[in-house]
Design a binder for this molecule. Structure first.
Ligand SMILES: Nc1nc2c(ncn2[C@@H]2O[C@H](COP(=O)(O)OP(=O)(O)OP(=O)(O)O)[C@@H](O)[C@H]2O)c(=O)[nH]1
Ligand SMILES: [Mg+2]
Length: 455
């Protein structure tokens, strides 16, 4: 018999036969699997051939073959084991659920997911969920992200699974397709499936109060037939980080559609958009036509920088657990405060000023050398308290400090520009996190540089 895998729990697979009957199946002995090494040989969405197990009283099945997959989404676990896991196969469209906070979804996570979808040729759509909880700040941040991703060509939906907003638009995209929901734990994947099909009554759980993280409520991927538009949905367990399965360095840029579109204009046809001259991608970046967050994700993937990415996804917990998130030996601790009228010009001016400032001693103990000269390191920490206005009363006002939608992109640009200037990685704190910063101030030398007051 032929069937489709609707659920897999490791050793048992729930398979729906063409007749519409569901069978619990196991794998019959060992059969040749397609050439991917993964922790799960058979995934939800797989088309399989199975026979009834006559040795058992109950009507269980034995899977003896798996049909060629049209596509599949694989992720590498971001822990050190480097194992790969097929999330699902034969998917027509994947929806990544993104929440601004509770839990926060980072742009590195979004980009890694999108790169994987591009690599496997699966249409990806972003669903910004929990819009009912938005404040002015989170709404601004969401609109900024929506702007970035829709410019590239990704469809973006604004949804509230809880209040049934944006559901009809979503249903229209799901018609006649097998869809998959993915995203961090707690972003509302199962809640959204329930909104689409209330009868399913899938288990959902509120996110933890202390960490704003989901509780990994859904533990296995599972497919459901929906009662509208001949649609199927695969609900999946929340994922913490998304390790991109090994790709050729050359190939990665092609999965950033906005980079790919410019590739022809780069001087070198094998341009990696890093240090090559006359690179159209870097030109566009300078002109703000490409988002810095995208470029940062690209370089992280290019450098196989899972270590840094792990820091990003675990960073908040680590800062809270008194772990060291960044450390340097000799160089500069830069505390940066972005105000609401700042722009890319301020960033450009500041970066070049900071790296060229002659504030390090030469062999004659004269402040003659710049950070570049001494090949020093840098750590950048965002600090909006720099904008404290203290004139009135005793409680400082931070009215001048920029909101996250302005501050985060500029902060990220600042970090990236510094890295380009210095030709090396810059250490960073966690934007907006509660952190302890320690400093051994040699000299001591502390300099205030204000791009709005260039004295
Ligand atoms: N305010 C609000 N809360 C939502 C919305 N969608 C989901 N939630 C809540 O978010 C929490 C997590 O939702 P789930 O559906 O369990 O999240 P999940 O993505 O399936 O999580 P895992 O199964 O752990 O991967 C629940 O308390 C939901 O009620 C929404 O649109 N608005
Ligand atoms: Mg769930």
């Amino acid at each position: 018999m032929k069937g489709i895998v609707y659920k897999s729990t490791g050793s048992w697979y729930t398979v729906k036969a063409e007749s519409g009957t569901f069978y619990e199946c196991r794998i019959k002995g060992k059969f040749r699997l397609q050439g991917i090494k993964s922790t799960n040989p058979i995934a939800v969405g797989d088309e399989v051939d199975f026979e009834l197990d006559t040795t058992s009283d109950v009507e269980n099945g034995l899977i003896h073959a798996i049909r060629d997959r049209k596509n599949y989404i694989v992720r590498k676990s971001v822990n050190l084991s480097k194992q790969t896991h097929i999330i699902a196969s034969n998917i027509d469209i994947v929806f990544l659920l993104v929440t601004i906070n509770n839990p926060p979804t980072t742009t590195s996570f979004i980009d890694r997911f999108l790169v994987t979808a591009e690599a496997y040729g699966i249409e990806a759509v972003l669903i910004f969920n929990k819009i009912d909880t938005f404040t002015e700040d989170t709404s601004d941040e969401q609109l900024y992200l929506q702007y970035v991703y829709s410019q590239i060509g990704y469809k973006c939906l604004r949804v509230s699974a809880l209040e049934n907003k944006g559901i009809d638009e979503l249903k229209a995209l799901m018609t006649n397709k097998t869809s998959m929901f993915s995203g961090h734990s707690g972003v509302g994947k199962s809640t959204l499936v329930n909104a689409l099909e209330p009868g399913l009554n899938l288990k959902t759980k509120k996110i933890s109060d202390s960490h704003s993280q989901g509780q990994h409520t859904t533990t296995f991927a599972e497919m459901f037939d929906l009662s509208f538009g001949n649609a199927k949905i695969i609900d999946t367990p929340g994922i913490r980080g998304f390790g991109v399965v090994d790709m050729d360095k050359q190939e990665i840029g092609d999965y950033f559609p906005e980079f790919f579109a410019l590739k022809e204009q780069c001087k070198f046809n094998n341009c990696l958009h890093k240090d090559e001259p006359k690179c159209a991608v870097k030109d566009a970046l300078e002109k703000d036509e490409i988002a810095w967050s995208r470029y940062k994700s690209y370089t992280q993937i290019l450098e196989g920088d899972d270590e840094h990415y792990r820091n990003d996804i675990y960073g908040e917990d680590r800062a809270e657990n008194n772990e060291v998130v960044a450390q340097i030996q000799k160089g500069l601790l830069v505390l940066v405060g972005i105000e609401d009228t700042d722009s890319i010009e301020d960033i450009n001016w500041l970066t070049s000023k900071i790296v060229n400032l002659r504030i390090f001693e030469d062999e004659n103990h004269i402040m003659n050398l710049s950070l570049k000269d001494i090949n020093g390191e840098m750590i950048i920490v965002s600090q909006f308290t720099l904008h404290a206005a203290t004139k009135k009363g005793n409680r400082p006002s931070y009215i001048k400090a920029a909101k996250p939608d302005v501050a985060i992109p500029l902060y990220e640009t600042f970090v990236r520009q510094m890295e380009l200037e210095l030709g090396k990685k810059v250490q960073t704190g966690q934007f907006g996190a509660d952190m302890k910063v320690s400093l051994v101030n040699d000299g001591p030398v502390t300099i205030i540089i204000d791009s709005k007051n260039k004295e």
